[in-house]
Design a protein around this ligand. Sequence first.
Ligand SMILES: [Zn+2]
Length: 434
Amino acid sequence: MKPISRTRPATGRIGRTRRYVALSSLAALTLAIGFTTSASTGQLMDTSATAAGPVSTARATALGPCMISGALGVQMSEGLPTGPGYTRSTGTVHALTLMIDFSDAPGEGSADARLAEFFPQTSEWFRTSSYGRLDYRPEVPVKGWLRMPKPFAAYGIERGAPFEPGYRDLVNDLVATADPEVDFREYDMVNVLVTPNAGPSALDTVLSVTFAGNQEAPIADGVPISNASFVYSRQDDGSGSYTQTGYRVLPHENGHVFGLPDLYTQNGGGAAGHWDIMSEDWGASNDLFAWHKWKLGWLDDNQVSCASAPGATEHKLTPLAERGGTKLAFVPLNSKSGYAIELRTHAGNDEAVCRPGVLIYRVNANVDTGRGPIKVMDSTKDSGGCTRRPNVQAELSDATYTPGETFTDKKRHISIAVTSAGKSGEYRVRVTRP
Ligand SMILES: [Zn+2]
């Protein structure tokens, strides 16, 4: 089979240099002693603002076994709830968006045109994926390119560059330059859209990076720049153009700001395929896993069905792209991992789905970002997949289970059978477990 990902050089796929700053163990300790979870959103709030009440207790009882969590120190865990320090992922979020350039890489075209590569598409993507729960507003208080005081080369930013010292210098300079026009307290996160002529082409090296939950970041107007995404170059959508899907690097980077880990690994998209933008943000549009939507507070608890009881249970799933209904069934294996079950169709943000059906994947909250915290179970191993779209991992594109098919974990005596598909688009699934 001809590899579809050929249009994207291996250096780009394997050496993704996206970085983030993991929570320090001190911050995690704070989580344990000083914070509680909001029952309605899963977002972390200070105990002074949210008291654990009857609803929290009910959640712990009904969904508790499915709220897996990782050990302290896991980098950007898939666990629930998301740790403190990340940007809130529901309601109205104000994203300070700055276009920057350098004396050795003067702004290419207008700053407005650079902004238009990402907006309004990024806001629309979030509105669709969140069922309207995330109102994402780019805010552009500085018109035109913001010129950094030093040449790009002086910051030493290259593939894999850590926060220290280059990015700290850059953020310090950015704050000092923008400060007369910007009150940093007014924003929930920062997007830095770098002029595309600074640094290498995205086809050679991916420089785009996010520093998330970084409380040690430089302070501006009294608040740390703790959640910031930097986007470089332009991402070809596989057809030689970036205009259709090139924006997708930004919702991926912002996913980190909201606490989501990278799902691609050293082997590219082989673990999670094209089923989540945290796995593949190149090529055709895709959505997020239902697990991520629950984690982000975009699903109500009553849209999640926890299959923790022994024996057989029935679960009716509605398509992930549609509003309402049960979106996620989860089969916890232990306190740290389990199987997630959802229904994916060609709709909403999912434009590359070529075999609609029930997707089953293993979530492990104890696995670091980039090490494969989510693995999709392939119903059709070694089939070569059902898509030939550029920049879409092909093999897992037909991983879904359709009516009459059953996934079995022989070792754990677990089976997940797709029993029927209804006229209005819902699927029924039977989970059997010890
Ligand atoms: Zn990433």
